[in-house]
Design a protein around this ligand. Structure first.
Ligand code: BES
Ligand code: MN
Ligand code: ZN
Length: 506
């Protein structure tokens, strides 16, 4: 079975055998190379397009089997969308669409004709690299527990050759992106693993693999967590037979080891039953992926370490299972957090914010980060607000807001800023403790959760919280991911780091 889709770069040439893939721009049609081919084949491409109303919309595909006059088994036309929208996500979608179209066809090889679209007045980004990235991202399957699939149910495509004007340049650029695609796949693997396998201990175990790329991985067991004083994490975990873990991952890539790191913090609830504030059966079905934030942190650490990003980074994940039992925390319990603030736990299903409170405080105390970004599948309310197309962004820093917004647009993992304000914060004042973990109503639930987190952010620290509850798991296929875990956040944060935190070359 194919593990990773093999990608090669080569000059533009007519392939023999396999599928010849031709991207087509909406409104503008075939590129120069494809027009030459069309002329040489008696208008094969243009006739096929007309006969099937193929116009080159993004993700549209048209297969022409055993084309007369060509030595290939199939020509596949892939829509690239409108010329003015031909940015990275559209180009990556070409790669993703070709994989989606060919992977169940029995085809093993494809060669993509990447036109120098720049000649068509398209922005000069790296089409070949993005097509390759899109193909690699889409060629994902979680087959671990499928023991009875027949050969024809397995993905067939083994190799994609990207044919372009400067294959050596494209190959070099792709080498920088391949670790990021691996990080995305790693995050998808983690969110897809069942909760009986990916317990907190199981998750921590998976983190140790990062050591192969030079990451220092430190695992805190329950005793160590208690010694440090991260009681909120113990409180969430206390109803479960599975002990909690905290994992700190350090990639120290800056020229100066004293440089303050950027910190990424992830919610890692390996299963969220709600605890004694128990969920309904239906709403529990999704709760194995309540460790999506932690998965993104691990995938990102993999990407940054493997591509040797020249900066210091710390990733911190809090791993616990939220279960009801005789030892579970009760609605009404008061817990003293690492920050010293006391928290009245009125709803045990608002557990992610509890775990994050101590992680955020710890990472600020120990690492004094220059930026602090946390990710969490924190609230159902963010799905009500934004659906599945944007993650919720909350931040105390306008620059961070615009930079994360721009990074998200660039890679096609979009975020939408929601407000923070004093008036919301008041809702969290408790009668008997410093803060309570829910407000008195469901209104503005995602904002309330973010306000809770902000109580654990120290003055002057640029901080952002990404509520990824709506984007971590997809119920349908998309251009760059089959349905299931998306890995949303890995590429966004890799881009943010590359564009704004790494020293400029030269
Ligand atoms: N993990 C959930 C949030 C969630 C819901 C993620 C649906 C993905 C899909 C979180 O721990 C939770 O239960 N939040 C509660 C908060 C409430 C009790 C204030 C929620 O959203 O209902
Ligand atoms: Mn919950
Ligand atoms: Zn949760």
């Amino acid at each position: 079975m194919r593990d990773t889709l093999e990608i090669e770069f080569g000059p533009i040439a007519l392939p023999e055998g396999g599928s010849l893939v031709i991207p087509v721009l909406a409104e503008r049609g075939l590129g120069a190379e494809a027009r030459r081919l069309d002329a040489a084949t008696d208008g094969l491409l243009t006739r096929a397009m007309r006969a099937s109303r193929f116009t080159g919309k993004r993700e549209e595909t048209l297969a022409i089997p055993v084309p007369a006059g060509l030595a290939v088994d199939r020509v596949l036309l892939v829509g690239a969308g409108k010329p003015e929208r031909l940015e990275e996500p559209a180009l990556a979608a070409v790669g993703g669409s070709l994989v989606a179209a060919l992977d169940r066809s029995g085809e093993e090889q494809a060669a993509v004709l990447v036109e120098p679209f720049a000649a068509e007045g398209v922005p000069p980004i790296e089409p070949a690299t993005q097509v390759a990235l899109g193909a690699r991202l889409r060629a994902y399957r979680f087959g671990r527990y499928k023991t009875r699939d027949k050969p024809e149910q397995l993905p067939s495509l083994a190799r994609v050759t990207v044919m372009c004007a400067e294959p050596d340049v494209a190959r070099r650029h792709f080498e920088r992106l391949a670790p990021v695609a691996e990080g995305v796949h790693l995050a998808r693997d983690l969110v897809t693993e069942p909760p009986n396998v990916l317990t907190p201990v199981g998750f921590a175990e998976r983190c140790t693999a990062l050591a192969a790329h030079g990451v220092a991985v430190e695992i805190f067991d329950a005793e160590r967590i208690a010694d440090i004083g991260m009681r909120t994490i113990l409180a969430v975990a206390q109803g479960s037979a599975a002990p909690p873990r905290v994992v700190a991952m350090r990639h120290w890539g800056a020229a100066n080891p004293e440089d303050a790191p950027v910190a990424f913090v992830g919610k890692g609830i390996t299963f969220d039953s709600g605890g004694l504030s128990i969920k309904t059966a239906g709403s529990m079905e999704d709760m194995k992926w309540d460790m999506g934030g932690a998965a993104v942190v691990v995938g990102l650490m993999h990407a940054l370490a493997k591509r040797r990003a020249p900066l210091n980074v710390v990733g911190l994940v809090g791993l616990a299972e939220n279960m009801p039992s005789g030892t579970a925390q009760r609605p009404g319990d008061v817990v003293t957090s690492l920050s010293g603030q006391t928290i009245e736990v009125l709803n045990t299903d608002a557990e992610g914010r509890l775990v994050l409170a101590d992680l955020l405080w710890y990472v600020q105390e120990v690492y004094k980060p220059r930026r602090l970004i946390n990710l969490a599948t924190l609230t159902g309310a963010v799905i009500v607000a934004l659906g599945h197309e944007h993650a919720g962004l909350f931040t105390n820093d306008d620059d961070l807001a615009s930079r994360l917004g721009a990074a998200g647009r660039a890679v096609g993992e979009q975020v939408w800023r929601l407000p923070l304000a004093e008036a919301y914060d008041k809702e969290l004042n408790s009668e008997i403790a410093d803060v309570k973990n829910i407000s008195g109503s469901r209104d503005g639930g995602s904002i309330i959760a973010a306000q809770f987190l902000q109580r654990f952010v120290q003055a002057g620290v640029p901080w952002a919280h990404l509520d990824i509850a709506g984007v971590t798991w997809a119920k349908k296929d998309s251009a760059l991911a089959p349905k299931g875990g998306t890995g949303f956040g890995v590429r966004l944060l890799d881009r943010y780091v590359a564009d704004h935190l790494e020293p400029r070359e030269g």
